[in-house]
Design a protein around this ligand. Sequence first.
Ligand code: UTP
Length: 302
Amino acid sequence: MTQRVRKAVFPVAGLGTRFLPATKAVPKEMLTIVDRPVIDYVVEEAREAGIEHFIFVTGRNKGVIEDHFDVQFELYDTLAQRGRDETLAMLQRVQPLPGQTSFTRQQAPLGLGHAVWCARELVGDEPFALLLPDMIMRAEVGCLSQMVSLYDQTGGNVVAVQECDPADAHKYGIVGRGARAGTGFEIDRMVEKPARGTAPSNLYLNGRYILQPQIFSILEKQERGAGNEIQLTDAMLKLKAKQPFYGYHFKGRAFDCGSPEGFVEANLTFALERPEMHERIERALRALTGEQPRGKSGLKAG
Ligand code: UTP
């Protein structure tokens, strides 16, 4: 029997330099995809996967994330008085219950591995999910839910992977595919940013992990890797020498909202999916690209 994955860690302490000047005072996780902050989509994916405790590793200027997940009494009261029941219900639907969130600070941005290590006391001695909030995943069944199903079959550590253009493999953490295991596969190799032409595949780590707590004692050593940062992949490689790792091949769409291009693409895609704005956005896009409008049956979102 595997131990259930109840907790999820969201590292939100990065500086977000690719979004300056927007991120001088506003965390990049609070930038909106249409009308919801990026972090909302990722927390929802975790909740749908059965996560009960949401752990945020924050940094300076990130206090507003804590406010976002708190109850706003005055606002809720005003909405109720004005009869805005639908809006109120929508807010309450995504509101974590009291005691379901924890916040800790990564005092200096020393790397993703360090941010994860900062959550060790809050996670304790149990497996946990790790979701990089930069990545928004779109699929009928959420990426983490599918990983939890695989984890229930295999135990160990599970990472989600996706295909990248082989010419881009040197930019990512890449895994080698071994034997089939349940709805996933055994990982036989894992390489961070392989030199051009040496990647074992084009399957890259897309920012969703289920990890065993032994990762913390490896991160504890605070060894520096690429960019003089404490790298999560280095610690996973060490853990892999002791425990199995399995891959889940995610087939949905992923938006890298940590890059301005991915962020704009996510905004356009999600806006086109909204029935109340589809037509207007589609018309605007066609006007910009010089295409003729095709009416309601035109561009399909997603
Ligand atoms: P990134 O390197 O993509 O995020 O880290 P960043 O540093 O904020 O972005 P840029 O490159 O300067 O624009 C991936 C994830 O790890 C978190 C980030 O918040 C992001 O979710 N992270 C990274 C930390 O929490 N702490 C760190 O020290 C580094």
